[in-house]
Design a protein around this ligand. Structure first.
Ligand SMILES: [Zn+2]
Length: 177
């Protein structure tokens, strides 16, 4: 069940996604919440770090574990603007996060029920509660701006890499009402 608090925390994740966009990173933001307190934050930093593993979720999970001084994030909720990829879903399972809330579904990489479901069918046989669609319209608005900027400077065509405009259109077609 989505609560008013979910919107509040997702708003913080959206702010972090906007931060990523300022750095021309693919805009994804994430916060980890424990007992009504944000204990971890992250935004996608792949390009600026030259590191394909520094997704928003990974950084937020590391930050949260450092805050708690505990690798186990049981009873924590992770909020992320875009459905997590398989790498991040693996980190969510390994960190024992109990609940995941995301904004929009990722038709290409989503590992929280769209392309695959690593959270409810994980090796630990522990189901993780999933909520989706929280502040989805607000996030789509941010993504639209980002992709318009990207296509204007033709970066995607030149790089021929992720994320492409085709990817965005795919996101739109499945998430827009
Ligand atoms: Zn990821």
């Amino acid at each position: 069940m989505v609560t008013p608090d979910d919107n509040t925390y997702m708003m913080q994740a959206l702010r972090l996604a906007a931060r990523a966009r300022e750095f021309e990173e693919f805009p994804i933001g994430c916060v980890v919440v424990n007992q009504n307190r944000i204990i971890g934050k992250g935004f996608n930093q792949v390009k600026m770090s030259n590191d394909p593993t520094v997704h928003a979720e990974i950084l937020a999970i590391i930050d949260a574990a450092q805050t708690l001084k505990n690798w186990s994030l049981e009873n924590c909720t992770l909020y992320v603007t875009l459905e997590s990829c398989p790498m991040c879903a693996g980190a969510i399972v390994n960190s024992h996060i109990s609940r995941v809330v995301f904004g929009i579904s990722d038709e290409l990489l989503g590992a929280c029920g769209t392309q695959s479901d690593l959270l409810t069918n994980n090796v630990f046989n522990r189901s993780i509660e999933i909520e989706k669609g929280v502040l989805a319209d607000e996030y789509l608005a941010l993504m639209r701006v980002y992709f318009q900027e990207q296509s204007r400077c033709k970066k995607n065509e030149e790089d021929n890499g992720y994320p492409s405009y085709a990817y965005f259109k795919k996101l739109f077609s499945t998430n827009e009402k």
